[in-house]
Design a protein around this ligand. Structure first.
Ligand code: IVH
Length: 691
């Protein structure tokens, strides 16, 4: 049976761990894409992550976090630049992929505005440039602030860099509104991009994946003299905040924009009806290779501003505009090899090394194969001739294999069972499409991410040891394993010499590290970064196993499938089978035990203690709830039991002290009876709570 990536039958805590894990991955890829301009995965793989996130959230809407990644446009501002709050949010556009989608878009506008079928609807049509959106604020005609979109509400202040872009006027040509925000796209011509990459190859610098990444990477330079050397251009196409008079149509605005001194994106056309709009689309699609820049579609904007205003916005996009995307560009080439890359979360991604081929003006020599199911589904093999496509994706995808050209001796591809980087076991869990390296901290691909998690706020909370410093110290071999952090004081002199560190900050960092030599057991567990073990699960484990020694022994005993130790772990309420596998999997790797033991030598892991001042009449007792409780939710009953010091288990065993039986209780009540375990009714339970 094909494994589905859609989760089902998760417990709340598993779902919340999955959401946290997916949100972390999404945030990681958002950061790579929007702030580092160096995406690791294709747009399709990213969309899959978001789809999975949405699927879990649809089943568990009550677990939606405040910073739900689904509500974000782009990424939050990168550090290193000051923040700019946009006076008018910078939104996105919804997409049309077919002529029918366009018909529907036009129909929606007619219905919304209650227009007669024969009322003339004019659309201003422009190419959709693949670059980086930017907002330019002019006060009394002078450029005062330039900002990226960021998350739509707050962007990064990139004024110094934008001042180096020739297409951006420092002063507007009069007359102009008192306040004027111009929005447009920073981009790079294809030819300039290729020349820049050629130079970077000569200088042994990493190449940009495409013109969009090159433009974004150039704008996000902290040193604007570097930006000044990059061939950046700017097209203006929309407005933000405006105080002053404006034309009353989009086409009028374009004339005005040109008058103020901006470049416009051409070829544009004012179309009088839907047929003209669609004809424009096909014309541009034909010409797209002749244009000096990459476009991924065209944009249609309703021409009348009064109508735009009435239509307004829905969620993240205006109702009066749409982006009509071009179909993916395809080419045929040969798969020279299939290699397996390891991402920072340990995910193994197969990648096809291709005979270089030009697709839509860009030379492609690699394609992502996503995962082993995808390879099996398309039956992609080394030496196959394949059709590949770039669908606005940074990394192209393989669409299909040409079986007629397959060599006779070819063999199906087999995914490695061990990590190609650190040779640890790579496992694929039930319901997952991704195979992951279990190497954790000893895997170079994962080490930095794990160390960063280790020092993060909810874990060891070591201020002054963020991602950049961890990366630097890891690369210089000063910290390879978490225990090395507690040895950093040996390298005090070295640290003080480093650029951007200094005596004071090193002193502060070493003090922060010393302050963490005593660490509560639950934080310690969380810091290990075991998959699916978030903050809440770490607390459950700490409460159950009390101290590190006891937990370590129990987890080793739990390696055996049918052991009492495994059942005991499985019995902890809210810990489901997939979590049990992850926790035990962690202890099955000798290097993880080494990490634990090394840490135990340099730290005092403080055993779990019940919150002070508590009334703990049920201390040490194991309770099971079954059936429907009428006077309190299961979550409240559980919290109350835990507050009274009890362990809440998911199933009944001889170790259970009592079972609280609600309405329609099933086999657990029967099992309790058979084992002679004490049974309480809901009322008796409430009396116990109120005693
Ligand atoms: S109009 C309210 N016009 O595409 C949104 N956007 O996918 C106004 N883009 O966020 C945007 N070319 O960054 C507009 N001719 C064009 C565009 C364009 C590129 C970008 C822009 C937008 C994104 C949506």
């Amino acid at each position: 049976m094909k494994k589905s990536s859609i989760p089902s039958k998760l417990t709340d805590i598993e779902a919340s761990a999955q959401l946290a894990d997916l949100a972390r991955q999404i945030a990681h890829h958002d950061l790579l894409y929007h702030q580092k301009d160096a995406p690791e995965i294709s747009d399709a793989a990213y969309d899959e992550l978001r789809a999975k996130y949405r699927a879990v959230l649809a089943e568990f809407p009550h677990l939606a976090p405040k910073d739900n990644p689904e509500a974000r446009v782009g990424a939050a501002p990168a550090s290193g630049f000051a923040k700019v709050a946009h006076a008018v949010p910078m939104l996105s556009l919804s997409n049309a992929f077919s002529d029918e989608d366009v018909t529907e878009f036009v129909g929606r506008i007619r219905r919304f505005l209650s227009l007669a079928d024969d009322a003339v609807l004019e659309f201003m049509c422009e190419p959709k440039i693949d670059g980086l959106s930017c907002s330019l604020r002019y006060e009394m005609g002078e450029l005062v602030v330039a900002a990226t979109r960021g998350d739509g509400a707050t962007g990064e202040n990139i004024t110094a860099n934008i001042r180096t872009v020739k297409d951006v006027p420092q002063k507007l040509r009069a007359p102009f509104p008192e306040i004027l925000e111009i929005r447009g796209e920073i981009y790079m011509n294809r030819e300039d991009f290729l020349a820049l990459n050629e130079q970077r190859a000569k200088d042994d610098e990493p190449l940009f994946a495409n013109p969009r990444n090159a433009a974004a990477g150039s704008v996000r330079q902290l040193d604007s003299s570097i930006t000044a050397t990059r061939p950046l251009k700017f097209f203006a196409y929309a407005l933000g905040e405006v105080k002053g008079d404006l034309p009353d149509t989009q086409s009028g605005l374009r004339k005005q924009i040109a008058h103020w001194g901006f470049k416009l994106n051409e070829p544009s056309r004012l179309c009088k009806n839907e047929q003209e709009v669609i004809a424009y689309y096909h014309d541009i699609e034909e010409q797209r290779h002749k244009l000096p820049f990459d476009i991924d579609g065209v944009v249609y904007k309703l021409n009348r501003f009064d109508w735009q205003e009435r239509l307004g916005f829905v969620s993240r996009s205006p109702r009066w505009a749409i982006a009509h995307k071009f179909a993916a560009e395809q080419a045929e080439t040969k798969v020279n090899n299939i290699i397996v890359q390891v991402g920072r979360t340990g995910a193994l991604t197969p990648v096809a090394e291709l005979e270089p081929v030009t697709v839509g003006g860009v030379v492609v020599s690699r394609a992502t194969l996503h995962n082993e199911d995808e390879i099996a589904r398309k039956d992609i093999r080394v030496c196959d001739v394949v059709r590949i496509q770039r669908a606005g994706d940074v990394i192209p995808q393989v669409v299909a294999v040409d079986l007629k050209q397959r060599p006779k001796n070819s063999k199906p591809f087999a995914m490695p069972t061990h990590c190609p980087q650190c040779h640890s076991l790579a496992i694929r869990e039930e319901g997952e499409v991704v195979r992951r390296c279990t190497g954790g901290l000893i895997c170079p691909a994962q080490a930095v991410e794990r160390l960063r998690h280790f020092t993060s706020r909810l874990a060891f909370n070591i201020e002054g040891l963020g991602e950049q410093r961890v990366q630097e110290l890891w690369a210089d071999k000063l910290i390879h394993s978490p225990a090395d952090i507690f040895d950093l004081k040996k390298h005090k002199a070295d640290l003080e010499q480093r650029e951007g560190w200094g005596e004071k900050s090193v002193e502060k960092l070493l003090a922060a590290i010393e302050a963490r030599r005593n660490i509560p057991f639950d934080r310690f567990i969380y810091a290990l970064g075991i998959r699916q073990v978030g903050e809440a699960t770490a607390k459950l484990l700490a409460r159950h196993y009390i101290d590190l020694k006891n937990w370590r022994e129990a987890m080793i005993a739990a390696h055996k499938e049918d052991s009492p130790a495994r059942r005991d772990l499985d019995d902890i309420d809210q810990i489901g089978p997939s979590m049990v596998d992850d926790i035990i999997g962690f202890f099955e790797e000798p290097h993880n035990l080494r990490v634990l033991d090394d840490l135990a030598k340099v730290l005092t892991v403080v055993p779990y203690t019940k919150p002070a001042g508590g009334h703990a009449p049920l201390a040490g007792q194991t309770v099971v709830f079954t059936g429907t409780l009428e006077k309190m939710s299961r979550a409240e009953a559980k919290a109350r039991a835990e507050n009274m010091g009890a362990n809440v288990a998911g199933s009944v065993s001889a170790k259970t002290d009592f079972v609280v039986v609600g309405a329609d209780a099933g086999s657990k009540a029967a099992k309790a009876q058979a084992l002679g375990v004490k049974i309480l009714s809901e009322n008796e339970w409430i009396e116990m709570c109120e005693a």
